[in-house]
Design a protein around this ligand. Structure first.
Ligand SMILES: [Zn+2]
Ligand SMILES: [Zn+2]
Length: 292
């Protein structure tokens, strides 16, 4: 098997997408389409108002490199959360909210991505003083009006835009991690489980009917029949009093290392990306066995 970081991100995303049912695909398209329109409206109001543009640019300039990375990472995370939400129908979380980012931050991240794209297209475009950037971006967009139009998109084009956005943000975040911005890093650090997820964990009555006596692997003591115990999404059960301090420090199941959501942006990106990559692997495996 090829190493994960040698496969182009778009390939991983596309093969994961190939596992979607037509129903999942149309839900994702619909959801992303409305998001895409919303982002367009933000970009156009930004570009049509010199005042808003300069305020947003000022906000962007005031952010440290670390905070700019964090902004893109949050943007990526919200899109990855949408992707994985539609990938599993059995997710324990409600549909991800698209309004979690403040307007000012959303404008800043959209402008930042646009500036990155413009620089890639023309490395000298941003040598001009920042007061000219709004006009330069408008010219760039006008030249490629079709690419930026949001009305005449087919479903396929919308999905491709989504894949493109995910890959672009993921590449940016990877580059920031490799540059050693003190974020994430290659070594997985331990992070706490998201409080919202811990609060929502179900309580079930311990039962010993099938496989005899059940013990809690944390304290090695029996979970007495009829007592309320905590059930993780991987179906492993523990005494509440044992699992709560555990989840305060880690986001993995003590039995099987199943990863629960955390509130750390970079750890979450890594967790969701692994979920996507795993699905992509299984899609390739099915593809290969079908050929034989
Ligand atoms: Zn216990
Ligand atoms: Zn488990």
């Amino acid at each position: 098997m090829e190493k994960l970081d040698q496969i182009p991100l778009e390939t991983i995303l596309m093969s994961t997408l190939s596992t979607f049912t037509s129903h999942q695909l149309s839900d994702l398209t619909l959801y992303f389409s409305s998001l895409h329109h919303r982002h367009h409206r933000r970009i156009f109001s930004l570009l049509s108002s010199p005042m808003l543009f300069s305020l947003t640019l000022h906000h962007l300039h005031s952010l440290s490199l670390h905070n700019k990375s964090l902004l893109i990472a949050k943007h990526l995370l919200s899109k990855l959360a949408i992707f994985t939400h539609f990938m599993h129908n059995d997710t324990i979380l409600p549909p991800p909210s698209t309004t979690s980012m403040k307007h000012r931050d959303l404008d800043a991240v959209l402008l930042l991505l646009l500036l990155c794209e413009l620089r890639q297209h023309d490395p000298e475009a941003l040598d001009l003083p920042p007061s000219r950037w709004r006009v330069v971006i408008c010219q760039y967009i006008a030249k490629d009006a079709l690419k930026f139009s949001s009305i005449s998109c087919s479903n396929r084009e919308i999905i491709m835009k989504f894949i493109d956005l995910l890959a672009k943000c993921k590449n940016f975040v990877n580059a920031m991690i490799h540059a050693g911005d003190g974020i994430g890093g290659k070594d997985r650090k331990e992070v706490a489980t998201s409080i919202a997820v811990v609060v929502a964990l179900p309580s079930i009555e311990a039962s010993n009917d099938n496989d005899g006596r059940k013990e809690c692997v944390i304290c090695k003591e029996e979970m007495k029949e009829g007592r309320d115990v905590c059930k993780l999404p991987c179906h492993h059960t523990f005494h509440w009093i044992c699992i709560l301090p555990w989840l305060k420090k880690r986001n993995t199941c003590p039995c099987c290392r199943y990863q629960l959501p955390s509130d750390d942006v970079y750890a979450e990106i890594q967790r969701l990306w692994e979920v996507v990559a795993k699905m992509s692997d299984s899609a390739n495996f099915v593809g290969i066995s079908n050929c034989n």
